[in-house]
Design a binder for this molecule. Structure first.
Ligand code: FAD
Length: 243
C-alpha cells in the first residue's frame, strides 16, 4: 500500500457536530492539502499543555474517506481533563490547529478472497468508517463490524454503517439495556463475536481482523484469535490507549 510522506498542515475547523454527549465530529479544511489512505491518522500539536508548558502531540484517526477531501473529519471522544481531546473540542469554528499528516500503516490490506472483521470500541470506529465510506472499498459484502460502547446513547454512525453493512454492523452494549433493538446485543464485543463464531458465522482461517480502540479489548481478542489458530499476519491493530 502506497502512503505519502507526512507534511505539516494548519487545519481550520469548519464544522462541529456532537455525535453523543462526549463524542464530537470535527470537519477541517487543511492548508496545504494533503492526501491520505483511509485508516491513517494525523498528529496534532497541543500548544503548551505539557509539563513546564511544553507542547504535546496527540494522534487522531482521520474518520472520513479521502474521496471527500481536501476536507477531513475527526471523531473525538472528550476525555475529562484530557488536554488533547479538550483542546480540539473547545475550538471554535474558524480556529485552526497545527499538525502533521498522514501517518500510520493501519490501512485496508485484505486480499479479495478473504472476509473481514472489524472490532472497535468507542471512537476506534473512526478508521473503519473512513475505509468503508471510500467508494473504492472492495469488501462491504465480506465485512462485519463489532462496535462496543456502554449504552445506546453512546452509539454513533449507526445509520451510515447499517446502511453499508446491514445486520453485519453489530453493536454490543456493555451496560445492558432492558430492551434491545435490531443490530444490538447486550455485553461486550468479545462475547458477541464468540457467539457468532459458535454459530458458524465466521470463517476464522479465511478472515482478516482489524482491531481499534482500547488496548484491553485488543489484547483479549488478539489472544483469543491466536489461540484459535489465526495467524498473526491476519491481525491488524491500532491501540488508542492501554486500558
Ligand atoms: C494512532 C492513534 C489514533 C487515535 N485516534 C483517535 C480518534 O480518532 N479519536 C479519539 O477520540 N482518540 C483517538 N486516539 C486517542 C488520542 O490520541 C488521545 O489519547 C485521547 O484523545 C486522549 O488524549 P487527552 O490529551 O485528551 O487525554 P490524556 O490525558 O492523554 O488521556 C487520558 C486517558 O484517557 C483515556 N483515553 C484515551 N483515548 C481514549 C478514547 N478514545 N476513548 C476513551 N478513553 C480514552 C486513556 O485511559 C488515557 O490514559 C488515538 C490514539 C492513537 C495512538
Amino acid at each position: 500500500m502506497m502512503t505519502t510522506k507526512a507534511v505539516t498542515v494548519a487545519a481550520k475547523l469548519i464544522q462541529k457536530t456532537s455525535l453523543t454527549t462526549d463524542v464530537t465530529e470535527l470537519v477541517y479544511q487543511p492548508e496545504p492539502q494533503f492526501s491520505w489512505v483511509a485508516g491513517q491518522f494525523i498528529s496534532i500539536l497541543i500548544p503548551g499543555a505539557g509539563p513546564g508548558g511544553r507542547d504535546l502531540r496527540r494522534a487522531y484517526s482521520i474518520a472520513s474517506s479521502p474521496d471527500l477531501g481536501p476536507t477531513f473529519q475527526l471523531c473525538v471522544k472528550i476525555v475529562p481533563g484530557g488536554p488533547g481531546s479538550n483542546y480540539l473540542a473547545d475550538m471554535a469554528v474558524g480556529q485552526a490547529f497545527s499538525g502533521m499528516a498522514p501517518f500510520g500503516d493501519f490501512v485496508f490490506k485484505t486480499a479479495q478472497d478473504r472476509d473481514v472483521v472489524f472490532f472497535a470500541t468507542g471512537t476506534g470506529l473512526a478508521p473503519f468508517r473512513a475505509m468503508i465510506a471510500s467508494q473504492s472499498f472492495p469488501a462491504c459484502e465480506r465485512s462485519r463490524i463489532y462496535f462496543g460502547v456502554r449504552t445506546r446513547a453512546d452509539v454513533f454512525y449507526r445509520e451510515e454503517l447499517s446502511q453499508a453493512l446491514g445486520d453485519r454492523f453489530q453493536i454490543a452494549l456493555s451496560r445492558e439495556p432492558s430492551v434491545l433493538q435490531a443490530g444490538e446485543t447486550a455485553g461486550r464485543i468479545t462475547e458477541k463475536f464468540k457467539a457468532d463464531l459458535a454459530q458458524g458465522k465466521i470463517n476464522l482461517p479465511g478472515t482478516d481482523f482489524y482491531l481499534c480502540g482500547s488496548g484491553a479489548m485488543i489484547d483479549e481478542l488478539k489472544t483469543f484469535l491466536m489461540e484459535n489458530g489465526v495467524q498473526k499476519s491476519a491481525i491488524h491493530q491500532e491501540v488508542y490507549y492501554k486500558g
